[in-house]
Design a protein around this ligand. Structure first.
Ligand SMILES: Nc1ncnc2c1ncn2[C@@H]1O[C@H](COP(=O)(O)OP(=O)(O)OP(=O)(O)O)[C@@H](O)[C@H]1O
Length: 243
């Protein structure tokens, strides 16, 4: 029987900046359609890890495999074309156009022209809970709504894996709850890796959680087990933990 190929796998992934080891021998595996949360204190190495997955950084050593493709050090646009999309923390929206036009611009790159685009745009608007504000101008939306436009924009390009960097940052409780719903909806058809600090949000979405600490994976387990772990509590309370 042939072994299942994971969607994404890193082996001994290491990134050094001079004397700083930002990621140290990270072995990480994500299955098809999995939803994984990455947590860890400031400086633990989460952003560096994301940047190596999307081609913004070339690892010092180790490998990144997306399905059967070895992607470490490849250009960001090549990795995007293979099917990894990312929503970064830095705002990345066009303010002057409507939500529908915004989603359409992203969908146009992924789908052939014609009626299929319209269907795809309508589907993304629905899944990212944007249908009710489809005709609003992006620049006039609330912070939370703009975040959903960004998530919808990533979804419209139809990637197989979506990386979200702190999608609930700066949101109200209501917006956070709705963002969790959107992520669960997207996870019906896509794999996701979500970096987030807000533990309440993680509880709403997480199945399996990976904890980074000092550039290494400290622990990987289901959400309840991770949140109950004494080492995890200690690093969030700022106590010293042996990795
Ligand atoms: N371009 C860089 N040059 C030098 N050091 C860097 C660079 N990028 C990250 N680092 C260092 O690598 C380590 C990991 O940083 P990283 O940003 O990946 O952590 P993080 O877990 O994403 O933190 P945060 O939650 O604050 O975003 C830190 O010590 C950071 O100072």
């Amino acid at each position: 029987m042939s072994e299942l190929v994971p969607l994404l796998q890193t082996k001994n992934l290491t990134m050094r900046f001079g004397g700083v080891v930002a990621n140290d021998d990270v072995n990480f595996t994500l299955g098809e359609m999995e939803l994984r949360c990455l947590i860890g204190p400031n400086g633990a190495g989460k952003s560096t890890f994301f940047k190596m997955l999307t081609g913004q950084l070339t690892p010092t050593s180790g490998s990144v495999t997306f399905r059967t493709h070895s992607i470490a050090g490849h250009a960001s646009h090549e990795i995007a074309r293979l099917g990894i999309g990312i929503k970064t923390q830095v705002p990345n929206v066009f303010n002057e156009i409507s939500v529908r036009e915004h989603i359409w611009l992203a969908a146009r790159r992924a789908h052939a022209t014609g009626p299929r685009i319209r269907e795809a745009v309508d589907e993304v608007l629905e899944r990212a809970r944007l249908t009710g504000i489809a005709d609003a101008i992006v620049g006039q939306l609330s912070h939370g709504q703009r975040q959903w436009v960004e998530i919808g924009t990533v979804l419209a390009a139809d990637p197989e894996l979506i990386l979200l960097d702190e999608p609930a940052a700066g949101m109200t409780d209501d917006e956070t709850g709705r963002t969790a719903e959107i992520i669960r909806e997207i996870n019906r058809t896509k794999a996701l890796i979500v970096v987030e600090h807000d533990m309440e949000f993680i509880k709403m979405i997480a199945k399996k959680v990976t904890i980074f600490h000092q550039g290494r994976i400290l622990m990987e387990d289901d959400c309840a087990a991770v949140l109950a772990d004494e080492r995890v509590r200690d690093i969030y309370l700022g106590k010293k933990v042996a990795a």
